[in-house]
Ligand binder design. Structure first.
Ligand code: AHR
Length: 500
């Protein structure tokens, strides 16, 4: 079967902001300890950070990194994580039933980010703490000096402020699992008060208010409306979180997961705009999609400790091994984010190392790329300029969860300044290859610069400690003739084609 697509830079959606390629590091499982930080490892630097992991993080191309949680943040006392290490308390992390040693805290993580070339995005605890603690952290992080907390930061080794630009007002406050879970009304009030206070201290920061933990939440839609009615004038973005997995072997629905992400984004935009319209406001609230990924969430309870005398340090939690099919869905989620670049101002892949992560490590052993590493790294590297809508005329596939959906999805980017373009494609079909004829005449007289496909005869193949290079992207065969780019995609495939 053939599909016809048209790419024309005149159909620009919005600028490709680097923040779309953000990540998320939570104090969870082996993310920090035995992940990015392993002092005894042969690749460890003078601070105990693994150089091999840093190299992979740089190759992945992550911009802003959200920290320190996640569910963890709702029990976190930020003061524990600064000052002399030997005096830092060991705390029980109720979210993941683990011991937090605070060996890596705000300063160490900021140092790690400097090495990784990424920016810090901080979440404050609005679950078990309140406005004052959030303002204190902002003073500690962003005030140059002359106040008690800013001078404490300087005494702790950072003369310059951390200058954190983006702040999350809590985490998943709609979720009954969240420590300090609140109603929309309750949360909206504390979020508004905290936002106002933080802005009194630093009006230049950008604030993200908690939206829903997923479109499947029973309060979804109403939560956004109520929370934004309280906070509309005080925040810049509302968060979305979404995780997808294959349910009961239903691969067709799983492959169409991005359709759900599209609808989720569009519903949140509509709700935010409704609140704005009802207020007669000209201000626009954007989306921070600050947790997204494939995650086999049902498997967590089987491994999470629960006993009163069992609070391990860095247990193996959420260590999902990703298949080629997972990576194809993942690549499609990135297409969805780019296709909404007008309103999704920021996004964070959840998470980065060992915990539902594109990068895995073994203590004392190697670090390697999961299948999901490749669509992220390629999209982050090739997407430049503006996101461009692709007109798609292709077949459809019937799915139990998402209805009848296009079998092909795509988005493009185009950089006027350099003349560089890229097309990102996904084939959601399980059976036959699809031939694509992509009309690229609107891009001018272009040639293919590079073309990659993620596909395998075994869509369940993955990279593991024993076989860390089993899956790699392959060079995709392409041909351009008379302004038409010809590409054949095998079933269950994601691809990126760069043109110039
Ligand atoms: O990313 C894992 C967890 O998923 C985060 O801690 C939480 O915010 C979400 O439920």
């Amino acid at each position: 079967t053939a599909a016809r697509l048209t790419v024309d830079p005149r159909f620009a959606i919005g600028a490709v902001r680097r923040r779309l390629f953000g990540g998320f590091v939570e104090h969870l499982g082996r993310h920090i300890y035995d992940g990015i930080h392993e002092p005894g490892h042969p690749a460890a630097d003078e601070q105990g950070f693994r150089r091999d992991v840093l190299e992979l993080v740089r190759e992945l191309g992550v911009s802003t990194i959200r920290y320190p949680g996640g569910n963890f943040v709702s029990g976190f006392r930020w003061e524990d994580s600064v000052g002399p290490r030997e005096q830092r308390p060991r705390r029980l992390d109720l979210a993941w039933h683990s011991t937090e040693t605070n060996e890596v805290g705000l300063h160490e993580f900021a140092d790690w980010l400097d090495k990784a070339g990424s920016d810090l995005m901080l979440a404050v605890n609005l679950g078990t703490r309140g406005t004052l603690e959030a303002i204190d952290l902002l003073e500690y992080a962003n005030v140059p000096g002359g106040s008690t907390l800013s001078e404490q930061r300087i005494a702790n080794g950072r003369a310059e402020p951390f200058d954190v630009r983006v702040w999350c007002l809590g985490n998943e406050m709609d979720g009954p699992w969240q420590l300090g879970h609140r109603s929309a009304d309750d949360y909206g009030r504390i979020a508004a008060r905290t936002a106002k206070g933080m802005r009194q201290l630093d009006p230049s920061i950008e604030l993200v208010v908690c939206g829903s933990s997923g479109a499947q939440m029973p309060t979804f839609g109403e939560w956004e409306r109520v929370v934004l009615q309280h906070t509309y004038d005080d925040v810049d973005m509302i968060s979305c979180h979404a995780y997808y997995q294959e349910h009961d072997g239903d691969a067709a629905s799983f492959l169409a997961s991005a359709v759900d992400m599209d609808r989720f984004i569009e519903a949140v935009v509509a709700t935010a705009d409704h609140v704005g319209a009802a207020r007669g406001s000209t201000k626009r609230i954007d989306i921070s999609f600050d947790e997204w990924n494939v995650w086999y969430i049902d498997r967590v309870d089987a491994v999470k400790p629960t006993a009163i005398d069992d609070w391990p340090i860095a247990p193996r939690l959420l260590e999902d091994v990703y298949s080629v099919m997972d990576a194809v869905v993942f690549g499609n989620l990135m297409i969805s984010l780019l296709a909404h670049a007008d309103r999704v101002a920021s996004a964070s892949l959840a998470q980065l190392v060992n915990v539902i992560a594109p990068i895995m490590t073994e203590p004392g052993g190697p670090a390697w790329r999961q299948t999901t590493f490749f669509p992220f790294a390629l999209t982050s590297r090739l997407a430049r300029g503006a996101a461009v809508r692709v007109q798609i005329d292709a077949g459809t596939v019937d799915t139990a969860r998402h209805g009848t959906v296009p079998i092909v999805d795509a988005v493009a980017t185009h950089d006027d300044a350099t003349g560089e373009s890229a097309v990102f494609l996904v084939h959601r079909g399980l059976e036959h290859p699809v031939e694509l004829e992509i009309d690229v005449r609107g891009l001018g007289d272009v040639e293919v610069v590079e073309a990659h496909a993620l596909h395998d005869d075994d869509p369940r193949a993955s990279n593991t400690l024993d076989d860390p290079e089993r899956v790699r992207p392959r060079t995709l065969e392409t041909r351009v003739a008379d302004g038409i780019l010809f590409v054949t995609l095998p079933p269950v495939a994601w691809a990126a084609v760069a043109l110039r």
